[in-house]
Design a protein around this ligand. Structure first.
Ligand code: DON
Length: 584
């Protein structure tokens, strides 16, 4: 926790103070309108409430969600409103040009639903579509061009959630986003600076240049308003047509026209055909808690279950938090999960993913037995499970919402990179994703997150690229206990794993669990990444065990809510600026 004081510039506001600590509390106003609660020992404390709560990466969007709850909306109404608002106020990851995953837990049904609104490969895409004449992946085309985009799913996904589980109309929940786009919002210092730094990426399209920069080409300053008129008009049409405009109407026409002009792959039929998928929630058990998370095409959901299972079966139980023994255990668990991911994970509509095997306790027991407490395994000593020989019966953003009735939403969505491909579709005001890079464009060739794959994640028309996004809900005695998720590409699953273990195994409050230093290992590259705040002695022991260690900034950015004895606790991760958790 030695870095805690430095991280004060973040978090959310609170409604009940001083409830969790004997020490006096301080509230630090942040430049972004949020507040951080710390005590004299430099510890973070959660936001506390008794009714609903919203935790998201951007304070104004969080407030939109809380306002919907206060108007009598349920968690899904609020979540959909937050999703559209973030598309305006957090342009790096909030989106209508990308896709994501939503878990909805309905208190009245005692059921959890998984909505997959991940982008799909256009019909014109095929296995080798991004290979150049030398047979190598053309990184420019798959990451930075109109061709980088999968068919966006966010509009269809959010509106499906609203129709099935919400109580308000599209117009009601999209209205706050329209207002923020039409009237503009005041730029924070970090966003103004980021738009300046991202000039090359956001100038790739004339439309993007016209939105994010002044007519004379100069930069907007913090304190000035960013007005997004085209985006407001696109949102108005979505609200008026319940999304038809985006997939079949005027916005679809604009997307298809610009796609044809810029050499994109998306055609009219791709948009007309797009449908979100309802998936069977992936489930596990961990030390008496029930886990509900996103199944494939999320990889990290089932790997979180797998990693928790290995921790549960490990001969070393709950070693001191962030000690070398603990981090060795965590790294080993991560290495096995990522090895399996490289071979067996892909879109379940196209590839039979061995979900039962990967999430089984028996398999976890076998993996736990392979961990040598005295030595790190090299990447080449670990291989994906051989299913045939196995004898067992076989800049993303996350937000969490809970309402006073106990309904819960856990949502992660993304454009892939921060600001996706950087390309704004002419006349629409929204940024296109570059999600095609999440496919394995060539077997064994790493993508931007260093992840490589095989057949399971090869490109095919209509297929969804494998994702690391893992919105998760943990239950205790079948009642929601913890709602969480994170951005961070390949680091998402490991960030969520550590947050869950911090709460369940180390009894941390949700703010501590969000702020203590994290590590990340993804098998290949064979490197153990660690944040600041892990002692030099610990790092040195890990190196002696055989790890190649590398300091790393900000592993993930969780937005979490926890329920205990009728009290709601929440915390925004202190790693990224601008986030807020607010109680209803
Ligand atoms: O779906 C995925 O796994 C990636 N497109 C996520 C990218 C991401 O998290 C970037 N954010 N920091």
């Amino acid at each position: 926790m030695k870095t805690a004081i430095k991280k004060i510039l973040i978090i959310g506001s609170c409604s009940l103070l001083g409830a969790t600590t004997g020490l006096p509390n301080a509230i630090a106003k942040t430049p972004h309108g949020g507040e951080a609660i710390i005590d004299l020992a430099g510890q973070f404390h959660p936001v506390i409430g008794r009714k609903g709560m919203v935790s998201s990466q951007e304070a104004q969007a969080t407030q939109v969600g809380v306002d919907i709850l206060r108007q009598g909306g349920n968690a899904v109404d609020a979540a959909v409103a937050v999703g559209f608002a973030l598309a305006v106020t957090l342009p790096k990851a909030g989106n209508i040009g990308g896709g994501g995953f939503m878990l909805v837990h309905r208190a009245d049904q005692q059921q959890t639903h998984a909505i997959d609104y991940r982008e799909k490969a256009p019909a014109a895409a095929h296995r080798d579509v991004y290979l150049n004449a030398d047979g190598e992946v053309d990184k420019q085309r798959i990451r930075n061009s109109f061709q980088s985009a999968g068919v966006p799913g966010t509009v269809a996904g959010l509106l499906l959630a609203l129709k099935q589980h919400g109580s308000m109309s599209p117009a009601q929940v999209i209205a706050p986003a329209i207002k923020l786009a039409e009237q503009g919002f005041v730029l924070s210092e970090p966003l103004a600076l980021e738009l300046q730094q991202r000039h090359p990426q956001l100038s790739r399209s004339a439309a993007g240049k016209a939105i994010f920069y002044k007519p004379d080409g100069s930069f907007y300053n913090a304190g000035e308003r960013l007005v997004q008129t085209d985006l407001a008009n696109t949102l108005k049409k979505i609200a008026a047509t319940n999304g038809r405009s985006f997939y079949h109407g005027e916005t679809a026409r604009l997307i298809v026209k610009d796609s044809a002009k810029q050499g994109g792959l998306i055609k009219k039929q791709d948009l007309a055909d797009y449908q979100p998928a309802l998936r069977k929630v992936a489930r596990g058990e961990y030390r008496g808690y029930q886990i509900a998370t996103m199944p494939p095409p999320s990889a990290s959901g089932i790997h979180i279950i797998q990693m928790l299972n290995i921790l549960e079966q490990s001969q070393l139980q709950k070693p001191p938090h962030n000690s070398a023994a603990h981090l060795h255990l965590l790294s080993s668990v991560m290495q096995y999960a990522f090895a399996d991911r490289s071979k067996h994970l892909g879109d379940p509509d196209f590839y039979k993913v061995p979900v039962a095997l990967i999430t089984s306790k028996d398999y976890a027991k076998q993996l736990a037995a392979k961990i040598d407490p005295k030595r790190a395994k090299r990447a080449d000593e670990i291989a994906p499970v051989d299913i045939k020989s196995y004898r067992e019966s076989p800049d993303t953003t996350h937000y969490s919402v809970i309402d006073k009735w106990g309904n819960v939403v856990s949502n992660t969505y993304t454009l892939n990179f921060s600001y996706g491909s950087g390309i704004v579709v002419a006349g629409t005001g929204f940024i296109l994703n570059n999600e095609m890079d999440d496919f394995s464009a060539k077997a064994g060739a790493p993508n931007a997150f260093g992840l490589s794959g095989s057949d399971a994640n090869a490109i095919a028309p209509g297929k969804r690229p494998l994702s690391s996004m893992a919105p998760t809900i943990i239950f205790k005695d079948n009642k929601p206990f913890l709602v969480t998720g994170s951005p961070g590409g390949s680091k998402i699953g490991n960030a969520v794993l550590q947050l869950i273990s911090n709460v369940i195994d180390y009894d941390m409050n949700i703010a501590q669990a969000s702020s203590v230093p994290r590590i990340h290992h993804q098998w290949r590259p064979d490197v153990l990444n660690h944040e600041d705040g892990i002692s030099a002695d610990t790092i040195s022991i890990l190196q002696q065990l055989g790890y190649t260690t590398k300091p790393s900034k900000g592993l993930g950015s969780t937005q979490s809510i926890m329920l205990k004895a009728g009290i709601v606790y929440g915390a925004s991760d202190p790693r990224r600026p601008g986030a807020a958790t607010i109680a209803e």
